[in-house]
Design a protein around this ligand. Structure first.
Ligand code: RIB
Ligand code: CA
Length: 312
């Protein structure tokens, strides 16, 4: 099987970094054509810088990084630096010099990359606010007919929320962009908190990563240790959830997940429930399926994929 063309749109971010490592480490499966970044966990300049740092650790300077939207389409800016550290990569040391970005806005790079491949060829993982994808859809309305499988990390049903009682951060950060994506006929696979909260960086799993002597594994170990420190001190838990890598795991091994068709709508006007995802499984003419919702996951399988990547 030839490597599949892949784009990752992200806001690194500790778990975005782990997702990037998973993809960078699999040139046998992914022809990684573009990493695009967006403001989210930390500001847009920092997420772009962080993607370049992670790319160098992975030894994949062949992959262009394009910076994208600095702020949401309409909503006030939201950040999650409490969970990722002020620099967005936990306590990872930041080099003085960082490799350059490719020129041009991420939204245009998304359009150009997708349109340069046959219809249905390019896979897309979105692990941050969906602002760049929404802008790309406005630039090229026929993009949905050209895109291959799309997997996004976002939303919550059973799990309620993480940035608020009723919303998950990526959707909360740009609810209007998420609704534009849902209305575009793409039918993305949603990795919401209902599954990502099942994929935890337990000490047993981290010991397996600590035992791997590769630059990516050493960086991943530091990043995950930071996440677990935040989980213990801010959330009161013992093992942090691994959100964004679930998108790459689905692209690598969809059989690790149970998904079901859903009609998802996003709250875009209420300050109290901004970004809430109403995930409806009772489909009909008034509520046609516009997404696949991940409802169960083989968490050990996801971690085995991560460890296999970090060992390469
Ligand atoms: O809610 C989890 C999501 O928000 C993840 O993508 C994490 O990186 C943050 O962006
Ligand atoms: Ca993210």
């Amino acid at each position: 099987m030839d490597p599949a063309p892949l784009i990752i749109d992200c806001d690194p971010g500790v778990d975005d970094a782990i997702a990037l490592f998973m993809a960078f480490a699999r040139p046998d499966r992914f022809d990684l054509r573009l990493v695009s970044t967006v403001g989210g966990n930390v500001n847009a300049e920092t997420t772009a810088r962080n993607a370049c740092i992670i790319r160098r650790i992975a030894g994949r300077l062949d992959v262009p990084v394009h910076a994208g939207a600095r702020r949401p389409l309409l909503a006030p800016q939201a950040v999650a630096s409490d969970f990722h550290g002020p620099g967005g990569l936990g306590a990872l040391s930041i080099p003085d010099a960082v490799d350059p970005l490719a020129s041009g806005h991420a939204a245009q790079a998304l359009v150009d990359t997708i349109m340069a491949h046959p219809p249905g060829a390019v896979r897309l993982a979105v692990t941050g606010p969906m602002t760049n994808l929404a802008l790309a859809l406005r630039l090229a309305p026929d993009l949905p007919s050209r895109l291959g499988p799309v997997c996004v990390m976002g939303g919550a049903r059973r799990e309620g929320g993480n940035i608020s009682a009723s919303a998950e951060f990526n959707i909360y950060a740009d609810p209007h962009a998420a609704q534009i994506v849902l209305d575009a006929g793409i039918r993305p696979v949603f990795m919401g908190l209902d599954v990502t909260h099942e994929v935890r960086s337990t000490s047993r799993r981290l010991e397996r990563i600590d035992a791997i002597a590769t630059p990516m594994a050493r960086a991943a170990s530091e990043l995950l240790a930071f996440s677990n420190h935040v989980e213990r001190t801010r959330v009161g838990g013992s093992a942090a959830p691994l959100h964004d890598p679930c998108t790459i795991a689905w692209l690598l091994a969809p059989e690790l997940f149970e998904t079901r068709p859903a009609h998802i709508e996003v709250e875009t006007s209420s300050p109290l429930t901004r970004g809430h995802t109403a995930v409806e499984f009772r489909l009909g003419p008034e509520s046609p399926a516009n997404a696949l919702w991940a409802s169960a996951v083989d968490a050990d399988g996801v971690f085995n994929l991560l460890i296999e990547s970090l060992q390469r």
